[in-house]
Design a protein around this ligand. Sequence first.
Ligand SMILES: Cc1cc2nc3c(=O)[nH]c(=O)nc-3n(C[C@H](O)[C@H](O)[C@H](O)COP(=O)(O)O)c2cc1C
Length: 273
Amino acid sequence: MSGGDCGFICEKLMDRRYSEWVARALRKWLDRRDPSCCYHELSKMEPGYYGWSVMVSDYEEFYKRMSGRRKVRLPEPLAESGVDTLVALRSRRSRRSYARKSLGLRELATLLYYTVGITGRAWWGGPKRTYPSAGGLQPVEAYVVSLNVDGLEQGVYHYNPGDHSLEEIYTGDVGEELYRACLDQEHVLEAPANIVLTIVYSRTASKYGLRAYRYAVMDVAFAGENVYLVSEALGLATVAVGAFYDEMLCNILGVDCEWEYPMLVFPVGRRQS
Ligand SMILES: Cc1cc2nc3c(=O)[nH]c(=O)nc-3n(C[C@H](O)[C@H](O)[C@H](O)COP(=O)(O)O)c2cc1C
């Protein structure tokens, strides 16, 4: 956030109406010893108030593009899986053990595309995705930590939904680091790949201000359910991992934790027979 943005927010906070609002939220936090009601209070809508529009200086449009990186073109995603949506929903489970086998690049491509891929255009030209998004502002980014994927070097990659490619962040085996960042949860180390979803609040905040807190979290949850359902449809196994040390995970992904927040890690692998 630039100095200008801070100035804008400070000005708002000094406005009596807003400072009362912030005080009310903080009081709830202290009374109930639960900060979640504070986040919720601050993102409440009232008649005549739609949230402050935060002036965002580095608004990156709808997805990140990492220029100057080696690109890995992904195979076309599967057009169908043969598994009915209702069947996938009924059988969906968090699965935490994986066969010691590699994941195919086409399976990974299919997972990424159906999790956050672009499936059309809005009337104003913005992309439409496989997940619904408040205001179509699409705060979700997807990364891959490749540990054992056919045809893909071990390493960390960003998924570019614009051209359905992976942008290499760096190569190398970061399985142990990811395992430690995720509080020693063995499933992230056992899985041949981990998909990590992050959110960039500023995209949503550029229109919805403080309401962005709710909306962006809901957006990423919709995308996360896609990982589960596509895994189910492909006969793979996954689990949402929300317990991780944030700064450690930001370092692994090479993202700026001030702007982009990791939200969920999905180890993905073959089911054990
Ligand atoms: C936001 C969120 C965070 C989660 N974090 C973890 C986690 O860190 N580790 C884990 O093993 N499972 C995690 N889970 C999976 C839940 O434990 C699982 O969904 C729950 O036990 C219900 O089981 P089911 O998914 O098979 O229906 C998480 C799920 C959600 C929705």
